[in-house]
Design a protein around this ligand. Structure first.
Ligand SMILES: C[S@@+](CC[C@H](N)C(=O)[O-])C[C@H]1O[C@@H](n2cnc3c(N)ncnc32)[C@H](O)[C@@H]1O
Length: 316
């Protein structure tokens, strides 16, 4: 569970002031290693005072800290800092592969793409996948991590947010992955050429039916599960027989999932999502194989409450 925040106002404001001063006002196209290290040192300096678990990713640290912004002065700093951070190029390393992204495009993949890797390795120990699709990919953390660890030979990414697909294009270019990776911009599966076929599909799609407290609708909201519905209807035509589909889902057995940082539930669902998804899976010609919830891990802190739903397309 997210740690309860006990941000003392003065210390919180001091941290925000220092962070605001650190950030440059104009953006550059390069990754500023010193800047990121300075931000990390700043968070570490305040870590004990603020009772936060800040040694993970910048997004998680900032997200977690922002839940404690109760004072007007803090909110003003938050908005200003976020505005500057959004222009800052960040890099996530998966072995030798450097994934380019910006803070507001990280939907948690910086940390829990490792969980995808681990589960896929555990469940299919003797299998190297041929071609993987990361659906709703954002900058492509999950797909690039699979590629970096040789769990798949080729990857394709697709997302509706062109800022995210531009990041993925940069990652492909700068890591010279043109022969192994490609990114398609488009709504749901519509940007993918019809002749593409996959033996693995992974995704961390938007997880909320009707969210309370929406920070970024494109990351979180799948209103009335329309995105999931269209995905399960169409995905079969892109699959080889024997293909695996692994999607994450936030609290699939809860109608009103709770989070520690707000009183009301985080989402309002008409029934437990798993009941709806099971019908979609069956209608789409897939077979539900496994639902698992990995052990809590500090490294994948943001993924608390996230389950992984594995399906197979048998070809029949
Ligand atoms: C939870 S985020 C996951 C991003 C990334 N995989 C990660 O883990 O950081 C969900 C992603 O779904 C994308 N998305 C939302 N609606 C979409 C749509 N209609 N078609 C394609 N992608 C969509 C968002 O742009 C966002 O990148």
């Amino acid at each position: 569970m997210f740690k309860e925040l006990k941000t003392e106002t003065t210390k919180g404001i001091n941290l925000l002031k220092e962070l605001n001063n650190l950030l440059p006002t104009i953006s550059t196209d390069t990754y500023d290693e010193d800047l990121i290290q300075n931000i990390q040192s700043l968070f570490i300096k305040y870590k004990d005072d603020l009772h936060l678990s800040l040694d993970i990713s910048l997004y998680e640290s900032f997200f977690e800290l922002s839940n404690g912004f109760k004072e007007k002065e803090m909110i003003i700093y938050f908005i200003e800092i976020l505005r500057k951070l959004k222009r800052t190029w960040l890099v996530k390393d998966f072995r030798k592969l450097k994934v380019w992204y910006k803070i507001h495009l990280d939907g948690g993949g910086t940390t829990y793409s490792n969980v995808f890797n681990r589960l896929i390795r555990e469940q299919f120990p003797n299998r190297t996948f041929f071609k993987t699709l990361e659906w709703c990919s954002g900058p492509g953390f999950i797909g690039f991590n699979l590629l970096a660890n040789n769990l798949t030979q080729y990857i394709r990414l697709t997302d509706l947010n062109s800022e995210a697909t531009d990041c993925a294009k940069r990652t492909i270019r700068e890591n010279q992955l043109e022969n192994r990776a490609e990114v398609y911009w488009g709504d749901n599966l519509n940007g993918i050429p019809k002749d593409e076929k996959f033996d693995l599909v992974v995704a961390s799609p938007p997880w909320a039916y009707e969210i309370n407290n929406d920070v970024n609708a494109m990351i979180s909201s799948d209103v009335k599960w329309k995105l999931h519905e269209a995905f399960y209807t169409q995905i079969r035509s892109y699959l080889f027989p024997g293909a695996i589909v692994c999607l994450s889902c936030f609290e699939p057995f809860e109608k009103k999932p709770e989070v520690s940082f707000q009183k009301e539930p985080w989402d309002n669902r008409p029934e437990e999502p798993i009941l709806i998804f099971k019908k979609m899976i069956e209608k789409g010609g897939l077979v539900l194989r496994n639902i698992c919830k990995p052990e809590y891990s500090h490294e994948a802190h943001m993924g608390y409450g996230v389950y992984f739903i594995f399906c197979e397309y048998t070809g029949h």
